[in-house]
Design a protein around this ligand. Structure first.
Ligand SMILES: NC(=O)c1ccc[n+]([C@@H]2O[C@H](COP(=O)([O-])OP(=O)(O)OC[C@H]3O[C@@H](n4cnc5c(N)ncnc54)[C@H](O)[C@@H]3O)[C@@H](O)[C@H]2O)c1
Length: 354
């Protein structure tokens, strides 16, 4: 029988149960214990999987024999929870965003190095077949010179969603609004495909909700390879419309819509020459309503597939003593883009990333 990795989960709210389902879908992973300060949530999740519930994650770490701990607490608590688990010698998978400020991000990386454990940051959409296919084509330089990369995230979250947890939409624990919480997935995939971001110029506002942080944001990006890009994001677009990631180069274009490849055209596959005015290809529209991706409308409408693939990737990294696809350095890079966008929106200046 394959080696069994023993898992614990900290935080049993909306995403904790997705981790539990993803972990137990893998043949070499076992859910042993779960912790939540709201004990009923821990008990409910533990009962569903035959695990042991705790109301104190410190006690879980002290008592249980665990190989990997996943952190599913509010975003501004990821650092403290991940650091405590790493200090106890466990490998850690932390939900996105890795943390919400630079000091905490740096401390997490420092402790990870010191303890010699693995740290992975959830970005499950990198594991979507469409994102993997476009990434492979970028590596082959199939798009030629990349010129433009866009992410459009017109999502919907009701006021009830923001009111459902005191931490939601706050600077202190959510670390931001539509960018830090919802759009981080698309921003991570965009910069993974297009390459590192060199500078940002941005505007943000709060227009459709009572909350501290932004519910609409627009950013202009300059990538290190010279390409330009945009991010346009909101949680005020009722009822939640398709997410798009667009990659354009002088030898090809790709559009990922709702995590699926909606358009791909490469010069290398053309049998006839494309004329001086191009072909202005039409994009297949998603059917009205029903094909809108789950998470665009509903925060718990998340499939477990991406999480399961990412957890499997972490187990591969542990076994091979290699790096997970989204390690702590990759997790920090995406948060740094978002922090630079907030700084630009505050200062009305272009912000350079190091
Ligand atoms: N990858 C994704 O698609 C995805 C989707 C949703 C949420 N998330 C991320 O997951 C995290 C949690 O989000 P959520 O929507 O599940 O939030 P939630 O509020 O539903 O759940 C958080 C849980 O953590 C518990 N908790 C708080 N402090 C704790 C502590 N000190 N110890 C143990 N438990 C504690 C709360 O009682 C609550 O049950 C956030 O960082 C969010 O960004 C990721």
């Amino acid at each position: 029988m394959a080696e069994q990795f023993r898992f614990g989960i900290i935080g049993c709210g909306v995403i904790g149960p997705v981790h539990a389902a993803a972990i137990t879908s893998l043949p070499d992973a076992q859910l042993v214990a779960v912790a939540d300060t709201f004990f009923e949530s821990a008990q409910k999740l533990a009962a569903a999987y035959g695990a042991t519930p705790y109301n104190d994650s410190g006690e879980m770490l002290a008592r249980e024999q665990l190989d990997v701990v996943t952190v599913c607490t509010p975003s501004g608590m990821h650092g403290q929870d991940a650091i405590r688990a790493m200090r106890s010698g466990r490998h850690v998978i932390v939900e996105k965003p890795m943390e919400i400020n630079r000091a905490a991000l740096d401390e997490m990386l420092r402790v990870q190095q010191e303890m010699g454990v693995k740290l992975a940051v959830i970005s499950q959409h990198r594991f979507d077949p469409a994102a993997q296919q476009v990434y492979a084509l970028v590596q082959e330089k199939a798009f030629g010179r990349l010129v433009l990369g866009n992410a459009l995230i017109p999502w919907w979250r009701s006021q009830g969603y923001y009111d459902s947890g005191a931490w939601r939409g706050t600077w202190q624990l959510d670390g931001g609004g539509v960018l830090m919480n919802q759009s981080i997935h698309s921003i991570d995939v965009l910069q993974w495909l297009m390459g590192p971001v060199r500078s940002v110029y941005a505007c943000t506002d709060t227009l459709a909700h009572r909350m501290e942080t932004e519910d609409v944001a627009v950013a202009v990006l300059r990538f290190a390879n010279g390409a330009l890009g945009t991010i346009a994001a909101t949680t005020g677009a009722y009822p939640g419309v398709s997410t798009r990631i667009e990659i354009f180069g002088d030898q090809g274009s790709a559009i990922i819509e709702n995590d699926e490849l909606a358009y791909l055209h490469l010069a290398r596959d053309d049998s006839a020459e494309v004329g001086a005015y191009g072909i202005n290809a039409k994009i297949e529209r998603a059917e009205r309503g029903e094909k809108t991706a789950g998470a665009a409308r509903n925060p718990s409408g998340i499939s477990i597939r991406g999480h399961a693939m990412q957890i499997a990737d972490m187990l591969r990294a542990i076994r091979e003593n290699g790096a997970p696809l989204v390690d702590g350095y990759a997790g920090r890079r995406t948060v740094e883009i978002i922090l630079a966008i907030y700084e630009s929106a505050r200062t009305h200046q272009e912000v350079l990333l190091s």
